[in-house]
Write a protein that binds this ligand. Structure first.
Ligand code: GAL
Length: 1000
């Protein structure tokens, strides 16, 4: 016992000796492949940039899911950076960039360089994840459609596959190479995605992985580590053939069942640390993908439910559990989801890829964003966290055995206590005292009365011996947002839930100091023994404790703290990416968003957004600041009672008047199914004359292979016309495969035979992606000469290749056919998007268009001739009275001021009792696929830059009734999903080709 006491005393001495410095020992720079001169290195604890440790707080964004391009990307990256994300992880999409083999195109939203440039300008790091296979709930998992016709097995070293991906990956490397840190923001590059090595008879996989790495290295990726995201903790590619420099793994602990958003799985705190020790004890634990939200299938619950499943409480408990497990790299998938516009989706998801992410599809900020901001900002403020290691875990660290605590202790003496309730099923709060290690020995706190509180599904990170400038928190039962020494004063910002009591002891205060509370009187402060100040109370609003003008402790209730920002200032001594507490910064309290701030002389210029007409803003800035501008306009500030500069931002948030879509005179329409007319000429269509396929899945019946992809049609609606002679056949049997929730309708000549639709993967039996149906002819519909069976198929995308079994080659369109009652089809004609792989629209790219008549004619393009829409006063609200397809067009003007961010969406009213499918085109861009039976999406965001906020717009909506008695869209209107007074750059209209460019 005695010697133990001595040991404790020695340690305590060590703690107090280090008391005046927060500098973290940097250790020797990390390693990878022996490249000791690399700018990006890592060790068992963290990554280093320029030999300085950092927490990589990363968010997943897919720039190609925001085709408006640079200005929209900048908005998202700035919002991320403001919340403390210092890195963005981006998949690149091979399929979008090579619509035809050999025709790589990295222009517009496909540009890699633009992504890196915007990131560099904003000051956010980038981890490119170019695949070539990416999964990502995108069609074919990011593979090009033409790859389905390549007989070589994908994701192996088969020659045909290697030849296919090498040009893309070579380009990827060459684009990224000049942007490797420190010349640009690229700090690592991921090879493949959730992949698995060769095994047994499954050969050529590790070789393929190694070949990707060689291609990246051989084309200039020499300065940064190569990474891989294992699907789970399987230790794949830690070492051996294809092994990467930095092994990561993915985790989605709450799964994807948005239908039960309040039902959570229990949290496991041992899993990740065990895997870390098992596989990479000498490397930092990096979370390649950690659940940021959830995808949602056709017929699912909708993204608001997914948001609820993975809401701010989820972020609070699960992300803090990661910190407890000592991750120092966390990538939240998704942080901004975006849109599966233009047939980007694979069959398990629909148009929106909102994902319930912290930044919603319309780029508005959610409560989860604010929760993440509190955490990320804290991590950047806490360099000691990066060298802290696990000391104790379990239920005995607090006085309440219902609380699980993980204690991390840094060699510098700082303690981090990460608390949660044992069970996430517990929704009630728990009272406790915590045992903390301090320079005064172990204390059980709160020690001056009362207890601390932890709500159900709440997690807290409490600290001991936590340095801020020349001061310390001996301990705190309030959480820390951030600290910064500003004008010689050490400012630290603390928060706790309203109604919770806190106890904080500030140590290292100068002898004889005083403590003065101002602002909300819910907090008390007094001086204590041993040069301390004791702060107690229950936060409500903002209280400020000034300790002899040397330190300021701000204490706020958590709700108030959600609007706090810690914004780094441009500095000559640190890089634009650095968010450590030694980088000069300001605190700004109040606004909806603060993007950035600069100080010139005595003026602080702040750029940000507000979502209410009057916002009180409190600023902690260096003393020389005496004037403030908000988005360039001066705001009057005065010294407030809590010592901040205080002013009011007044903005006028006028409601935006949107055009009414109900006025029939504003619409015209065309019949988009002339294919069932007797005089329709399909001679220019592709003849489906293949009698064999090299795909794993063979036709189920019929002489000809009718898979649309075999003929170069890889997305959207496709049409097949089968010709047979004579009137003896009595019917047709069709096996149609279009992916989950697909739909099709069939006619013989102009007689409607019927329709069928698939279901989603969660339906009983695992869902339907194909059906086999027998359709009976009405003999009077037949001719003695040529008869035509017309089949329109709405495919929901190509499958992914998650398991590496060429599943993405699954057929789309007619899988098998049989004429009943004698005879056979003479020949089949197939049609999809105009030109197939030789698609004309090089701006909107290979996937945008499908094969409906209106699309092939270019009716969806701006400037389509009025003669094409040859019927007037027909609206989708009146609809059609029989099975068939009609396309409706209207034009409208918008005049939304440039300083207002008013996301506009097209809203449908759904009638599940009637079966219809719609495709939405705005200015030639396909921004929605609607399916009345399944939904759930009824609000389709039309992003600025695609939608013209200051000018005219062309909207085309198709209505395909799968029912014999027709369909109407019950209601259709334009809505705004937010009105924000914004400092974002106005998003310029993407210069995209018109009808005359593409169809004349
Ligand atoms: C991961 C995959 C991602 C995405 C995610 C689910 O397994 O790597 O690409 O599919 O699951 O949204």
């Amino acid at each position: 016992m005695k010697s133990l006491h001595r040991l404790v005393a020695l340690c305590l001495l060590a703690f107090s000796l280090s008391a005046f410095s927060y500098t973290v020992p940097q250790g020797s720079p990390g390693f990878y492949h022996g490249n000791s001169s690399a700018a990006v290195t890592f060790d068992a604890h963290s990554l280093f940039l320029d030999n300085k440790r950092l927490y990589v707080f990363s968010g997943e964004v897919h720039p190609w899911r925001i085709p408006s391009g640079k200005a929209a990307w900048r908005d998202v990256f700035q919002k991320m950076k403001a919340a403390g994300f210092n890195s963005v992880s981006v998949y690149h999409h091979w399929g979008l960039s090579e619509g035809k083999q050999g025709s790589l195109d990295f222009n517009f939203f496909r540009s890699h360089t633009d992504v890196y440039e915007v990131a560099k300008e904003v000051g956010i790091l980038v981890v490119p994840r170019p695949g070539p296979y990416i999964n990502a709930e995108t069609t074919a998992g990011g593979f090009p459609g033409w790859l389905t016709n390549n007989p070589a097995k994908a994701r192996t070293n088969a020659t045909g596959f290697t030849q296919a991906w090498t040009p893309f990956m070579t380009s990827v490397a060459k684009f990224a190479a000049p942007f490797q840190y420190p010349d640009g923001p690229v700090i690592a590059v991921q090879s493949e995605n959730e992949f698995f090595p060769s095994s047994g008879s499954d050969t050529g996989r590790s070789e393929y992985m190694q070949a990707i790495e060689n291609t990246l290295r051989g084309n200039g990726i020499t300065k940064v580590p190569l990474t891989h995201n294992d699907a789970n903790t399987g230790g794949r590619f830690v070492k051996g053939l294809g092994g990467v420099d930095l092994y990561m793994w993915d985790s989605y602990p709450q799964g994807f069942d948005c239908a039960n958003p309040t039902s959570w799985s229990e949290v496991n705190s041992n899993y990740e640390p065990n895997a870390h020790q098992q596989y990479i004890p000498d490397e930092m634990w990096a979370s390649g993908e950690f659940q940021g939200g959830s995808f949602d299938p056709w017929g699912g619950s909708g993204y608001d439910k997914c948001f609820q499943l993975t809401n701010e409480q989820f972020a609070n408990v699960l992300y803090k559990n990661n910190y407890a497990a000592q991750t120092s790299y966390q990538n939240l998938y998704m942080t901004y989801g975006g849109t599966n516009w233009g047939n980007l989706a694979e069959p398990t998801v629909y148009t929106s890829y909102d994902y319930g992410a912290p930044i919603r599809e319309d780029r508005t900020l959610s409560p989860k964003y604010s929760e993440i901001k509190l955490q990320a900002t804290f991590l950047h403020s806490s360099p000691d966290f990066l060298i802290a290691t696990s000391s104790t875990n379990g239920t005995s660290i607090t006085t309440n055995s219902g609380i699980y605590a993980s204690v991390l202790q840094s060699p510098t003496g700082v303690g981090f206590y990460i608390l949660r309730q044992n069970s996430v099923k517990t929704l009630t709060s728990a009272q406790f005292q915590l045992r903390v290690n301090t320079s005064q020995g172990q204390l059980t706190v709160p020690q001056f009365g009362g207890s601390a509180t932890l709500d159900g599904r709440e997690s807290q990170i409490l600290v001991s011996e936590y340095p801020f400038g020349s001061h310390k928190l001996q301990y705190s039962t309030a959480e820390i947002f951030a600290w910064s020494t500003i004008g010689g004063v050490d400012n630290i910002i603390l928060y706790a839930q309203a109604g919770h009591s806190i106890e904080v002891v500030v140590s290292n205060v100068a002898a004889g100091s005083t403590a003065k509370v101002s602002g909300s009187t819910s907090i008390n402060a007094r001086t204590g023994n041993n040069n301390t100040v004791i702060i107690t109370g229950s936060p409500s609003g903002i209280s400020s404790v000034s300790i002899s003008s040397k330190a300021t402790v701000i204490v706020a209730d958590k709700h108030t703290a959600l609007s706090f920002w810690n914004i780094q200032l441009p500095s000559t001594t640190s890089t634009i990416y650095d968010k450590a507490p030694d980088v000069p910064s300001v605190f700004i309290f109040g606004p909806y968003l603060v993007r950035n701030a600069t100080i010139t002389g005595s003026r602080l210029a702040i750029n940000g957004d507000t979502n209410v007409t009057s916002t009180t803003i409190d600023i902690i800035a260096p003393p020389q600041v005496n004037s403030v501008t908000w988005n360039g306009y001066p705001i009057r500030v005065t010294k407030s009672n809590i010592g901040t500069l205080r002013g009011t931002i007044i903005t006028s948030l006028q409601p935006i008047t949107l055009p009414n879509l109900k006025d029939a005179s504003q619409w015209s329409c065309l019949d988009s199914l002339p294919e069932i007319q007797s005089n329709f000429d399909d001679s220019s269509w592709v003849t489906a004359n293949k009698t064999a396929t090299q795909r794993p899945i063979q036709p189920s019946a019929g002489k000809f292979v009718l898979y649309a992809d075999e003929y170069g049609f890889h997305q959207g609606n496709t049409i097949a016309r089968g010709h047979f002679t004579g009137n003896t056949a009595t019917g047709v049997q069709l096996n149609v495969q279009g992916g989950f929730n697909f739909g099709y309708s069939v006619w013989v000549n102009d007689q409607f035979l019927g329709s069928n639709q698939g279901t989603n993967q969660y339906s009983s039996g695992g869902g339907t992606d194909q059906t086999t149906d027998t359709w009976t002819f009405n003999q009077t519909s037949l001719n003695t000469g040529d008869n035509v069976v017309t089949v329109v198929v709405d495919t929901t995308g190509l499958e992914e290749d998650y398991s590496g079994n060429d599943q993405f080659k699954t057929p789309r369109g007619i899988r098998g056919y049989k004429l009943i009652g004698g005879g056979d089809f003479d020949h089949w004609k197939i049609q999809g998007n105009l030109g197939g792989e030789d698609f004309p629209d090089k701006v909107r790219g290979p996937l945008n268009e499908g094969g409906l008549f209106v699309e092939r004619q270019g009716g969806h393009l701006p400037g389509a001739p009025p003669t094409l829409f040859n019927q007037s006063s027909c609206t989708p609200l009146n609809g059609i009275t029989s099975a068939g397809i009609r396309a409706y067009k209207t034009s409208f003007n918008l005049d939304i001021p440039t300083n207002v961010d008013a996301p506009v969406a097209l809203q449908f009213t759904r009638t599940p009792s009637s079966s219809y499918r719609s495709v939405i085109y705005i200015n030639g861009w396909q921004f929605g696929r609607f399916n009345s039976k399944d939904g759930p999406q009824t609000v389709f965001p039309l992003p600025e830059g695609i939608l013209n906020h200051r000018g005219s717009n062309d909207l085309v909506v198709t209505l395909w009734s799968l029912d014999a008695n027709g369909a109407t869209i019950a209601d259709l209107e334009l809505v705004t999903t937010g009105i924000i007074s914004s400092s974002k750059e106005a998003v310029a209209q993407v210069q995209s080709p018109s009808f005359s460019d593409l169809r004349l």
